[in-house]
Design a protein. Structure first.
Length: 358
């Protein structure tokens, strides 16, 4: 090689090095998060900015929800889909099946890092627990809502949405199951419940505590959810057209057997009895549940008390009566697990195993 060619090559390398130094650094693209909007107060509007009751839920569309929080662009590439536009008292298992399939479709894509679901707060914990049991991905799924409508002074929706998207975009959130992110707290779908009809900090995990908190758009986790969820469950609703019908009967002084008999007459496949204390049954309720079990209906003893597990063979001889106990699941969540269990088996020993595992 001649000296002149050496010189030309050296100049070419120098030019390349200078060009590389002058070019702006190539930043990795932000994670892609899809917001699935279902309605609720987070999408609600009132006649005045001070009205926080008597407003209309589920009126604002997903594009407007996203546009109201331009700060989202700093934490994720966000897209939105309007899956439903309902108040969450109208959410049904049929809606859950549609939602679960869409979540699975999105999370199967390489370009989607996580999903946020905006939802009314009234049944948010039920949708969250259902998804926790059926979604087949370790990627983050975060449910979020608001207690004040979008038109209110100090509406809580925008900050809640920002935190939920930041959580769904974060690597730390992978593999933790479905989460609820409201009021700066991160709760596990299985443990969380709405505890106050109006307060902003209504979502709590009373006995087991939060998973973590959001601080400056980053999650700080303190514990993991121990019960099996998402990819570790045996539930697959891909081809399930309808969930088995399971009802809840609430016990109170003098409740007797009317609600249980009505559920049997309605043709349910399972009954969750929200008993008093440790799932205790009145004489009438016990007789009605024994008859229901003889008809093949699976009976789960739960409790209307918000804390503590129902002890197997404690207040009733579950072995002899062939009943299942709900562990520490609330009646509304025990109903979800029982419905999913019934998609797999009617064997009560197997179903009891599932109530210990999930
Ligand atoms: C609803 O659950 O849809 C209404 C109440 C709320 O979102 O807070």
């Amino acid at each position: 090689m001649t000296t002149r060619r050496h010189h030309t090559l050296a100049l070419a390398f120098l030019a390349l090095a200078l060009a590389a130094a002058a070019a702006p650094p190539q930043l990795a693209p932000l994670p892609q998060v899809t917001i699935l909007a279902t309605g609720g107060t987070i999408a609600g509007t009132a006649a005045t900015s001070t009205a926080t009751v008597g407003y209309t839920a589920a009126t604002v569309g997903v594009a407007a929800l996203i546009a109201a929080v331009p700060e989202l662009a700093a934490v994720a590439r966000v897209s939105g889909e309007q899956v439903f536009q309902i108040a969450s008292e109208n959410m049904t298992p049929a809606h859950w099946l549609i939602l679960a399939r869409r979540v699975d479709e999105l999370l199967a894509r390489d370009d989607v890092a996580g999903v946020v679901i905006t939802h009314g707060t009234d049944t948010l914990e039920e949708t969250a627990y259902f998804l926790d049991l059926v979604v087949k991905s370790a990627k983050p799924v975060v449910l979020v809502g608001a207690m004040r409508p979008s038109t209110a002074i100090s509406a809580d929706g925008p900050m809640n949405l920002y935190n939920a998207v930041a959580l769904a975009a974060s690597r730390e959130a992978v593999g933790r199951g479905v989460m609820v992110c409201m009021n700066d707290r991160i709760d596990a779908a299985r443990d969380v419940t709405k505890t106050n009809t109006v307060a902003l900090d209504t979502f709590r995990s009373p006995e087991l505590g939060i998973l973590g908190v959001m601080e400056g758009g980053r999650p700080a986790f303190y514990r993991t959810a121990e019960r099996a969820h998402t990819t570790a469950t045996e539930f697959d609703v891909t081809n399930v057209k309808e969930l088995p019908n399971v009802g809840v009967a609430l016990a109170y002084a003098g409740s007797g057997r009317v609600a249980i008999d009505a559920l049997v007459a309605a043709g349910v496949k399972g009954i969750v009895n929200a008993g008093v204390g440790d799932g205790s049954l009145s004489v009438e309720a016990k007789a009605a549940l024994v008859e229901a079990r003889k008809r093949g209906i699976v009976v789960v003893r739960a409790s209307r008390i918000p804390g503590g597990a129902v002890a197997r063979n404690g207040e009733a001889n579950d072995d002899a009566l062939d009943f299942v106990v709900a562990d520490n699941l609330s009646p509304q969540k025990a109903r979800i697990l029982l419905a999913l269990a019934l998609t797999r088996t009617a064997d009560t020993r197997e179903i009891q195993r599932m109530f210990r595992r999930y």
